[in-house]
Design a protein around this ligand. Structure first.
Ligand SMILES: *Cc1c(COP(=O)(O)O)cnc(C)c1O
Length: 434
């Protein structure tokens, strides 16, 4: 082992060489150096604002639902590591991938039957789009190659996903001239519990019908729009989309990369609406936050359509497709989730967030406070001052990563009530000082 680098050396080399998400080079913000993580706590290499340990309010971007350094997931990784960490997936197969795919088919909405294992969420969305375009090409309708989505969404950072992210004010506005031009509906009206707005439902129906000849698919995040603005909407609009897609020969894709595996209070957010998509993407919490892995599921109709065309193959095959290490941990993570009363834990955290964040509603500069499942959001009437907000939450002993006008949290499901309360205090402090 080489000599360990000091925190100061790490920060200097990081600044000189390493890009961080959505950052300039060199970075403007000093990242905190994490030494290890266990349970819901990140241990820093040196104290920051008097804290050496931080409760993770972010689940490492929706993924670490069981917390860190979990004995069951560690054991799954170790066991697989001793057998093989990777083999190519072309012409070969293995138990972790087969088990995982079978498990995903079992737990996702009914007609989804086939699984493409991808190496990140964005790639799973690329695959979903490729499936839909190719389905119509194989069916002799090659003009159907555009996508429809509603504003306020986020589907990843590679090219096709960027083209269906919110086109205004989002992180991909810069590329609006070069991306494929998709069809955008207005953002869904706010509120999970809000009465469905008939005028909006009509808007969706009319837009799908008007573009039916050129639409391959409608793609949306069901119920919760995540990185596009942390907004919640009525599940009724998903039923409207399902009917409009069926009536107009358009496929429906649900991007459940953020919402999947219980986060919204249903195992998959589609469950709130009782509808099934033709294609569905999962990722993020799939491996419990251990390794990068995502999956695109589709129905037999889509798979058979593709496979009966002039080019009867789906031409996609990442080098690390079906990675055994990631698949083994994913199997263990899904079993761990389903082997416990996850619904109760998500409800418990939601109750804690509702109580703890109620105080934020009275703060100056706060526009809205909302909670759904184990997701808590405080929306400000101005863009967050990231440095001040981060300082305030770290002082409270909590790791948060606000963006735009949002201070939000989606804690690991294993977060205890005291730590949920602490996270809420930190969100309030960040909202006040940021
Ligand atoms: C995070 C996310 C993605 C992209 O996943 P990556 O693994 O970061 O590529 C796509 N869609 C949604 C809804 C997401 O939240």
């Amino acid at each position: 082992m080489p000599d360990p680098l000091s925190p100061a050396e790490l920060r200097a080399l990081d600044r000189a060489h390493v890009w961080h998400p959505y950052g300039p080079m060199p970075g403007r913000q000093e990242p905190l150096v994490v030494e290890s993580a266990s349970g819901v706590r990140l241990r820093l290499a040196e104290p920051a604002h008097g804290r050496r340990e931080l409760v993770d309010g972010m689940s490492s971007w929706w993924s670490a639902v069981h917390g860190y350094n979990h004995p069951v997931l560690n054991e799954a990784a170790r066991g697989q590591l001793d057998r093989m960490s990777h083999v190519m997936f072309g012409g070969l197969t293995h138990e972790p991938a087969v088990r995982l795919a079978t498990r995903l088919v079992e737990i996702t909405p009914e007609p989804l039957r086939h699984v493409f294992l991808a190496d990140s969420g964005s790639v799973s969305v690329e695959v979903a789009v490729k499936m839909c375009l190719q389905y119509w090409r194989s069916a002799g309708r090659p003009a159907k190659q555009r996508l429809l989505t509603w504003r306020g969404g986020y589907h990843g950072d590679t090219w096709q996903p960027m083209s269906v992210c919110d086109p205004e004010g989002g992180m991909h506005e810069l590329w609006s001239g070069s991306l494929p031009r998709q069809v955008f509906a207005d953002a869904p009206p706010d509120g999970f519990d809000a009465e469905p707005d008939e005028a909006y439902a009509r808007h969706l129906r009319e837009l799908v019908a008007a573009h039916a000849d050129e639409l391959a698919a409608v793609i949306v995040e069901p119920v919760v729009q995540g990185a596009g603005g942390m907004r919640f909407h009525s599940p009724a609009y998903l039923r409207v989309l399902r009917e409009a897609c069926d009536a107009n020969d358009v496929l429906l894709v649900f991007d459940e990369i953020a919402t999947g595996f219980g986060r919204t209070g249903q195992l998959f957010a589609a469950g709130h609406a009782g509808v099934s998509p033709d294609v569905m993407c999962v990722g993020k919490a799939l491996t419990g936050g251990y390794l990068t892995l995502a999956a695109t599921l589709c129905t037999s109709r889509v798979a058979e359509g593709i496979s009966s065309g002039d080019v009867p193959v789906l031409a996609h095959g990442p080098t690390f497709m079906g990675n055994p290490l990631a698949a083994a941990v994913a199997c263990a993570s899904v079993d761990l989730l389903l082997g416990q009363d996850w619904e109760l834990e998500v409800k418990r955290i939601g109750t804690g967030l509702r109580e703890g964040l109620a105080k934020a509603a009275g703060l100056p500069g706060v526009r809205d406070v909302r909670v759904l499942g184990a997701i808590g959001v405080v929306q400000l009437d101005h863009d967050v001052d990231m440095e001040a907000a981060t300082r305030a939450s770290v002082r409270e002993g909590v790791w948060l990563r606000p963006f735009r006008d949002l201070v939000y949290t989606m804690p690991p499901y294993v977060t205890g009530d005291d730590d949920v309360a602490r996270i809420c205090r930190a969100v309030c402090a960040a909202a006040k000082e940021g």
